[in-house]
Structure formats: C-alpha cells, structure tokens
Ligand binder design. Sequence first.
Ligand SMILES: Nc1ncnc2c1ncn2[C@@H]1O[C@H](COP(=O)(O)OP(=O)(O)OP(=O)(O)O)[C@@H](O)[C@H]1O
Length: 273
Amino acid sequence: MTKFEDKVVEKPDAIDLDYVTGELKFCDVSFKYGDDMPLVLNGLNLHIGAGEIVALVGPSGGGKTTLVKLLLRLYDPISGCILIDNHDTRNIRRQSLSRHVGLVSQDVTLFSGTVAENIGYRDLATKIDMERVKNAARTANVDDFIRKLPEGYETYIGPRGSTLSGGQRQRIAIARALYQNSSILILDEATSALDSKSELLVRQALERLKKNHTSQLKRSVHCTIVLVIAHRLETVLMAKRVFHLDNGKLEELPRSTMLSGDKDSLLSSGLVL
Ligand SMILES: Nc1ncnc2c1ncn2[C@@H]1O[C@H](COP(=O)(O)OP(=O)(O)OP(=O)(O)O)[C@@H](O)[C@H]1O
C-alpha cells in the first residue's frame, strides 16, 4: 500500500506546520477514483483527538487504504475536507505533511544505508542525534534486534531494507516516525502472517506508544494519534475506539462489541483474525 501514484498539486502559498498537537478531522469527505466510478468514500466523518489510538477495520475493498491516501494527500476529496489541527491538508506543504503523518507498513520504504540513517532520516542532511535514534528504537521495540546486528546501529541494510523481515522493517519505521515526531502515525497491520513473535513485538511497540501517550497527555505536550488498519483481534482491543469502513460508509462499533464477552462477534464477522 505504499506504492502510491501522486494526483495533487501543491499550492504556491501552502504552509509549513512546525508543531502539531495532533488532532485529525475528516469532515463529510467523499471520494471516487474517476468520474464514471462509484464512490469509495461517501460523506465520511471522523474526529480523532490528540493521543488517541483508533482502529479501522473493514472488508477488503472497503476503502481503508483510500482513506489513508487522502490523509497523505495523494488524492484530494471530491467534496469535504481533511483537517490536521484545524488546517485543511490542501493548505499544508507536502513535505510538512509527510513529516507529521508517519506511515508504517510492512513494505514501508527503507533505503540502502545504515539502520541509524534509516531511523534518523529527518536529519540525514544535517546531523543525526544518536541518543534520539536509540530512544526511538527502544520505544519501537527494535533496539535489542539492532544491537545484535554485526555493527549495531551502523549496520548497512540492503536496498529497500531487503535484508530485514517485515516485522523488523515495520518496527524500524515506527522508530523513524517517533524520531521525526510524527503527530499522526498510521500503522497498516500485516495481513500476511508475520510470525507470532514479530507480531507480538510490533504490538508491544504499540503498547509502549500508548503508555507514552498517557504520560504525554498528563503533561499536555505533543501527542501522537495512532490510526491502525487492524487485522488482528489483539490489536483491535488495544484501541480506544474501533471504526468499521465498508462501502464508503464509516460506522463506530459500540464499545460493547469490543468487551471480552463479545469478542466472538468481531471474530465471526471475519474482519479480524
Ligand atoms: N487507483 C485506483 N483506481 C481505481 N479504483 C481503485 C484504486 N485503488 C482502489 N480502488 C478501488 O477502491 C475501492 C477501495 O479500495 P481500498 O484499497 O481503499 O480498500 P481497502 O479497504 O484498503 O482494501 P484492502 O483491505 O484489501 O487493502 C476498491 O473497490 C478498489 O478496487
């Protein structure tokens, strides 16, 4: 889902957002891929507050990836708008948007370079802060793995991170998003089976983020929204709210569906594994 084509033009007066507290709103967003094509998103409304972890579930083709493409502004809605901290994404510079919205998926783009460079990517042209790299890696649950590599953080990873497993790439991508202080983290959970240990490590990384959020919320500082495209019940249960996207319509699942007694209904829906 990371190999997107680009369909929008940046406004000459688009702004840079220095600091984002982390609040995301989809306001009545509709979208279709072409004039003669059906609506993929139909009057969608979603408000995610700073520091929330929200899960998005839905059948294949339901529109989850499309929603993310619009958030990253690879396409614009045909009507409605998407706001980050009340700024319309159409008025934000693309570079700024990609700094504040971190996308983490199994096939996330890592480049041929050291692990430290991949995590500290934002400062590649200046000076990478190694303490910050290590802190980010610890939170993302990838520090132990990196330390065991032949040259630790200075180990070269092959083109597109091809020497790493999907779960390792995903955790490095989480560390990169943490390093660059992305206010919105989109985690596209693997549909293909990661081995259960890798899955657990990614989930633990999410748990750590959740703890960070709680302490950040208490201190009222910068918080990260995590929007997870979830395929596993355990991940869904970590989220504060769960939304079901099907046929262009978004519906919040009642809290009771997520309570342990009703886990079966989520499982039997076939939406999660
Ligand atoms: N580039 C495109 N051009 C035309 N139609 C598209 C394009 N990308 C997606 N679609 C269609 O839009 C609908 C929603 O697709 P989308 O990829 O957003 O679903 P999804 O919920 O992410 O599915 P999955 O869980 O399988 O990744 C589908 O009917 C799909 O065929």
